[in-house]
Write a protein that binds this ligand. Sequence first.
Ligand SMILES: NC(=O)c1ccc[n+]([C@@H]2O[C@H](COP(=O)([O-])OP(=O)(O)OC[C@H]3O[C@@H](n4cnc5c(N)ncnc54)[C@H](OP(=O)(O)O)[C@@H]3O)[C@@H](O)[C@H]2O)c1
Length: 324
Amino acid sequence: MEYTTLGQTGMEVSRICLGCMSFGTPDWREWVLDEAESQPIIERAIDLGINFFDTANMYSEGESERIVGNALEGRRDEMVVATKGYFQMDDDDPNSGGLSRKAIEQELDASRERLGMDTIDLYQIHRWDEDTPIEQTMRALDDAVRREKVRYLGASSMWTHQFAEALHTSERLGLDQFLTMQNHYSLLYREEEREMLPYCQKQDIGVIPWSPLARGYLARPHEEFDATTRGESDDYAKEHPYFEGNGQEINERVQELADQKDATMAQIALSWVLHKDWVDAPIVGTTSVEHLEDAVAALDISLSDSDIEWLEEPYEPVSVSGHE
Ligand SMILES: NC(=O)c1ccc[n+]([C@@H]2O[C@H](COP(=O)([O-])OP(=O)(O)OC[C@H]3O[C@@H](n4cnc5c(N)ncnc54)[C@H](OP(=O)(O)O)[C@@H]3O)[C@@H](O)[C@H]2O)c1
C-alpha cells in the first residue's frame, strides 16, 4: 500500500480510501450490503493496508457508521475514520439536518455513538447550508475539535467561492479550518478542474474525490452499465452527467487502454485519478473483495503523459453535479 500525507492534517492515509456507502442495509438502496456481507470487505481492506474509511450519517440512515464502527473495533487507533453530516436524518425533525449548531452537535454525537468512537478523525460537512451563517457552523465545528469529539474538519461538494468563504471565516475568527475537500471527480466529471482543484492545491487542502469510477460506469463497457444491481437501480448514477458530452467515447477509450495494458477498466480509470497531483486518495465504493483487490492493484499501473492526454481528449464540459 502507498500512503500519503492528507493535506495539512499530517495524518498518513492509504492512497485508496474505502467508501462505505455500500455497507448498511438493502432496505435503503437495493445494492447495499448488510453487516455480514460487508465485514469481509472491510477485513480485506485492512489486510491490504487500507487505513482510511469514509462513511456518512445518512448512509443507510446510520447503519453504515454502525457497521464500520463494529468492523474496526479493537483497531480504531490505527485507522483514519471519516464521516459526514448535513442531510436530514429524521423526516419528522427538520433540525436533524443542516449545519446549525443544534444539528451539528446532535448529529455529531449520534455519529460518535454509532461509530463507537469518542473522537472521529475527520468530520466533514456533506453540503453547504444556505440557511445557517457560515460563522455559526465554523464555531460549532471548532468547539467540536476543542471538546475532542473530532480531530480534523473537512468539507464536501460545494462551489469554490463557498469553500473559500469558509476558509476565510475560520482564519478571520482564529478557528480550526477545513483541511480536506471530498468532491466529485473522475474522467467523466472534470468540472472541478476549473476552480476547486487548483484552489485546493494552492491552499494545500487534502483532496479525496468521490465516485472516481463514475458509480461503476467507468468500470465496465458502456452497453453493460445496467448489468449489475447497482447499475440497474442506482437512479443517482443516471442523474449524474456521465452520459452527456462524450461519455461513451471516454468509456471506450478506457476499455481500449485496459486491453492494451492487460488491466481492468476500473484500474485504468482509478489510475488516471491517482496520477493527478491534486488528488490524495480517491474514495472507492465496492461490494466485492475481488473489485477491492483490483482497486488496490491500480496503484501499480503507470500511465504515460500520452495515455493521459488520450483518455482526456474527448471530454466536453457537462452539467454541474454533486452540488447546486
Ligand atoms: N460526498 C459525497 O457527496 C459522496 C457522494 C457519493 C459517494 N461518496 C463516497 O464515495 C464512495 C464511492 O462512491 P461510489 O460508490 O458512488 O462510486 P465509485 O467508487 O465510482 O463506483 C462504485 C461502483 O463501481 C463498481 N466497481 C468498483 N470497483 C470495481 C472493479 N474493480 N470492477 C468493476 N466494478 C467496480 C462497484 O461495483 P461492485 O459493488 O460490484 O464492486 C460500484 O457499483 C462512497 O462509498 C462514499 O463514501 C461521497
